[in-house]
Design a protein around this ligand. Sequence first.
Ligand SMILES: CC(C)(COP(=O)(O)OP(=O)(O)OC[C@H]1O[C@@H](n2cnc3c(N)ncnc32)[C@H](O)[C@@H]1OP(=O)(O)O)[C@@H](O)C(=O)NCCC(=O)NCCS
Length: 172
Amino acid sequence: MIRRIQSADWPSIARIQAESYPREVLESLESLQSHWHVSESTCLIAEVQGAVVGYILSHPWIKGKIPPLNEIYSSLPANCDSLFIHDLALSPPFRGTGLGDELVRAVFEAGSALGLTHLSLISVQGSSGYWKRFGFVASPPPSNEYIIAAKSFYPASDFHCMECNSETSKKS
Ligand SMILES: CC(C)(COP(=O)(O)OP(=O)(O)OC[C@H]1O[C@@H](n2cnc3c(N)ncnc32)[C@H](O)[C@@H]1OP(=O)(O)O)[C@@H](O)C(=O)NCCC(=O)NCCS
């Protein structure tokens, strides 16, 4: 089942983040939760037999801009025209089950409900092929401080700014 995040889900989300990324790039719980505080309808989890096994965090943002890593949000910019997918991760035993695709499709729908059909993200950990299946294509990387900081964790060959339109997505 895919559903919105509830307060009790956060320990599981933090554990899945730790199972999915190197220590150096883990974001604080406060930062992760702040995405949810500013945009509850676009932050979702996958649940199997009562257990949280995956999550997707996204929020409205400005096309062509990249939000900083580990930022604590208290509000969103006024002129949001895009949905930024901040993070998608599944607990390792639940990879290959199709739940990631379900989370992405659910976020496409949640974005559409807000009038946001343009989406963007940064693919890392060899995931660009995964995103291309939905119609994500390379977008020009903005040259802000976040990009410079984030690139110090990931090699340029594994760091891709991508965008897509959910109305023309291949897998909606
Ligand atoms: C990214 C993630 C959610 C994908 O979920 P998954 O369950 O592993 O993906 P699946 O195995 O179901 O793959 C679905 C499809 O995508 C394809 N795919 C997966 N990764 C791919 C890649 N890197 N390149 C090309 N295709 C890929 C699979 O072959 C499969 O194709 P099919 O539908 O034709 O069989 C999961 O691997 C994960 O949690 N990774 C750790 C966190 C992470 O790196 N997140 C992405 C950050 S941008």
